[in-house]
Design a protein around this ligand. Structure first.
Ligand code: SF4
Length: 765
């Protein structure tokens, strides 16, 4: 299928703080001013003062507290807020460079449209753009039904406290189930595993005060993301403090990561073998009777079946499969099980590799066997101000009371592609391109991309490009031009975080203190930018559809709605500990001490459910894993001719497909290899090589990295040049997703192709 050449996005110049007027700089230091300082312009005119405002960074969902210096509607400096009770001054390089995104020449400041994709965009009023988009959507729905309309919600929407929920409710109001997001190409197995294993009302052991922490394929010092049990994303350096206190850290990763440097026990596993390692540890813990017998007897089902199912995962078998010494695996099992408190958790590593749902289930099973769930009277790990003021019960939550996303009975819709199933109430993104390309009833004809960049983030870039070109209507709502906006028919300008309200709603369920934060806009909106929900409300009004939130429907005809009104519908006052409007009164956030001592409550009588150690879906996966032959080092792929495994890598300076043009970022996306592997291949750091998978080949620049185990190529996803532009490997890096085909080596449940731990080989060019 021919791909129409897109209009290339404009790339902004590299905005630097150093370019900002010198009046704002301290004399003594290159650091910029912190406090209100009267300044004068070069012509001697008095300028506005620099004002410091507290807010929180929303590039990623760690939501670090920040102080922002603002003057003349410009951001002067961003730094960590040392008084922030959660992040305590921590920020990463992205957060400190965030102003670049706001001031970027690439910002979308007005709606743009074009009648034909070969033409240039022309600006138009937002209202006119919505009229035209609504007309086109109505025509598509009339001809093809509501399923022909899909949305893709990207990471950019995480900046919006209400965007995800409003977008999903908007699509549901339209009658379409074609809701795609980044969740299903990242760590979907974590959600699937909880649906199978069950959820414990009292929550898991937290990180603070833990005796042990086991991190599998997760590098929180770089990714700033960890669910309960690992170092908190907003303060990953707390790892050092907890270690000083006595925490024992086990890290499982093919690379001695920045986090692994702190490990008491580091297991440099072969990529894709996490499920084997976990099965082996579970076997040892059962065999040596190190598990929490009282908890297992009282609160679980399937112990005997699990014991039988892991019997074949002896230390010798597992050691050979994982490429690890048997004694290290045994030491990890004993260290984890003998500790009093603490959890195992993971990052993208296991979820992007083979047997992802099994690996995530075994992590939960390991925690359950060791009784790592809070009991009655224990302090609640995450008091959550946006949840009801009811003590969580020390019991398994029956499936019918789980949120719809976790309830398998409420996830029954099926994609037209390969029978892939709906998961957590979403259609898996790996089938999105084929849902657009495959003719027939239900074919997706219109896509609304909100804060996302499918061209850079969807696996199988070639198929993605063909799909975008095939659409009758592509609308992008974004703060800036991206590789994807070049394919669009309409662009709608979204407000940057500095121009909008923000509620730290994602971290609310993770904070170990009753802390909440709300940020008001720091600056006037530039141009015609608006929050995403306003566009969706405008479309619903025109299409005559509804947007239902937990507190009721949005009044789409009410022009005076504010963000707080929407947030109140998402978090009604009678369902939260602290109303959203109260949170909004405290700049910089507040710890609500009255909720500091919430304890896990007694089980609720009449509710009878158990945690499942070997649910029916997991048993065949475990049997399949055991029956899978041990891979032979250096002989990968179907014909054994592939010499290396590609392992995905997180880097601190970008967040998936965003932040790539920040001024202080290093350039490129090298393919890292162990120095001896490079030498064996006759390659040297900085040279260009051909990297080939079973699907495709790309050119990469290789780089030595002695922190890797041998036999690994380590790269990041979401890099690469804009399609249609000349490839600049040194600057933009290579796009590793070109190596992946969505229709081979994919997970049969939700279609995610193997995005890490797949076979590759390298050769000189
Ligand atoms: S970790 Fe970095 S990008 Fe994420 S919220 Fe904190 S400062 Fe922002």
């Amino acid at each position: 299928m021919a791909v129409r050449r897109p209009e290339l996005p404009r790339h902004g110049h590299r905005w630097r703080l150093a370019q900002y007027p010198a009046q704002y700089h301290c004399r003594e230091s290159p650091r910029l001013t912190k406090r209100l300082i009267p300044t004068t312009s070069q012509s001697g005119q008095r300028m506005h003062s620099v004002k410091t405002v507290k807010s929180f960074c929303r590039i990623c969902s760690a939501y670090c507290g920040i102080e922002v210096d603002v003057a003349d509607e410009q951001i002067v400096e961003i730094r960590g807020d040392k008084s922030h009770p959660m992040s305590k001054g921590y920020t990463c390089t992205k957060g400190r460079q965030w102003a670049h995104q706001y001031h970027n020449d690439n910002r979308l400041l007005s709606a743009l449209s074009r009648a034909d994709r070969d033409q240039a965009f022309t600006p138009l009023e937002n209202e006119q753009a919505l009229d035209e988009i609504a007309d086109k959507l109505a025509t598509i729905i009339e001809r093809h039904g509501p399923r022909a309309v899909a949305i893709f919600r990207g990471n950019g929407l995480s900046v919006s406290s209400n965007g995800n929920q409003v977008a999903q409710a908007w699509l549901a109001g339209l009658g379409s189930e074609m809701d795609f997001s980044t969740m299903s190409i990242d760590q979907p197995s974590k959600i699937i595993a909880v649906g199978r294993h069950g959820a414990w009302g009292g929550g898991g052991h937290g990180f603070a005060g833990a005796d042990v922490c086991m991190l599998i394929g997760n590098n929180p010092i770089i990714s700033a993301l960890n669910m309960t049990g690992g170092p908190p994303g907003w303060n990953p350096t707390s790892l050092k403090e907890e270690k000083k206190r006595g925490l024992k850290l086990i890290v499982v990763d093919p690379r001695r990561t920045e986090t692994a440097e702190h490990a008491d026990l580091y297991l440099p596993i072969r990529p894709g073998e996490d499920a084997n390692l976990l099965a082996g540890m579970i076997r040892l813990i059962i065999d040596e009777e190190l598990y929490d017998k009282e908890f297992v007897d009282a609160e679980t089902e399937g112990f005997a079946a699990l014991k039988a199912a892991v019997d074949g995962f002896t230390l010798d078998v597992v050691a050979a499969r994982c490429g690890l010494p048997a004694e290290d695996i045994a030491a990890a099992g004993r260290l984890f099980a003998n500790a009093g408190r603490g959890s195992a958790s993971s990052g993208t590593g296991p979820d992007m590799a083979r047997f992802p749902h099994l690996a995530e289930h075994l992590i939960l099973a390991l925690n359950t066997l060791c009784g790592r769930w809070n009991r009655e009277g224990d302090p609640v790990t995450a008091p959550s101000l946006l949840a009801p003021n009811i003590p969580p019960p020390a019991q398994t939550i029956p499936p019918e009371f789980l949120p719809p996303m976790l309830n398998p009975a409420l996830n029954t819709k099926t994609s037209r592609i390969r029978g892939i199933k709906q998961v957590f109430q979403e259609m898996p993104t790996p089938v999105a391109a084929e849902e657009i390309l495959t003719p027939g009833e239900g074919q997706v004809k219109a896509l609304i991309v909100i804060g996302g960049n499918p061209v850079m983030s969807w696996p199988d870039q070639e198929k993605t490009l063909a799909a975008l070109a095939e659409l009758d209507l592509l609308v992008c709502i974004d703060i800036m031009h991206t590789a994807t906006t070049g394919f669009a028919d309409y662009l709608l300008p979204a407000a940057h975080a500095f121009e909008r309200d923000g509620l730290a709603e994602f971290t609310d369920r993770l904070y170990d203190k009753p802390f909440g934060q709300y940020s008001k806009p720091l600056l006037q909106p530039r141009g015609d930018v608006q929050e995403e929900w306003r566009y969706l409300v405008g479309l619903a009004r025109r299409l005559g559809t509804e947007i239902h939130l937990p507190g009721g429907p949005i009044d789409v005809h009410n022009d005076s709605l504010e963000t707080l009104d929407i947030l109140e519908l998402m978090f009604p006052d009678d369902s939260v500990k602290v109303p959203v409007r109260e949170l909004a009164r405290h700049e910089g956030g507040k710890v609500f001490e009255e909720f500091a001592n919430i304890r896990v409550g007694a089980p609720i009588e009449g509710l009878d459910a158990k945690l499942q150690l070997l649910p029916p879906e997991v048993a065949p996966e475990l049997a399949e894993l055991l029956a899978t032959p041990t891979v032979v080092e250096g002989r990968y792929g179907e014909d054994g001719s592939y010499t290396h495994l590609l392992a995905v890598r997180r880097v601190k300076h970008v967040y998936n497909s965003s932040c790539h043009d920040f001024p202080k970022n290093p350039a490129g996306n090298p393919a890292y290899l162990h120095p001896e592997d490079l030498q064996e291949l006759g390659l040297r750091s900085g040279e260009t090589a051909k990297l080939q998978s079973e699907h495709a080949s790309i050119q990469v620049i290789v780089e030595a990295d002695s922190s890797l185990r041998r036999g690994i190529v380590s790269m990041s996803h979401c890099f690469g040049s804009v399609p249609g532009e000349a490839e600049n490997l040194a600057l933009s890096g290579a796009n590793a997703s070109k190596l992946i085909a969505v229709d081979r080596d994919f997970d049969p449940l939700m279609g995610m192709p193997r995005m890490s731990g797949f076979a590759v080989k390298l050769s000189a060019v």
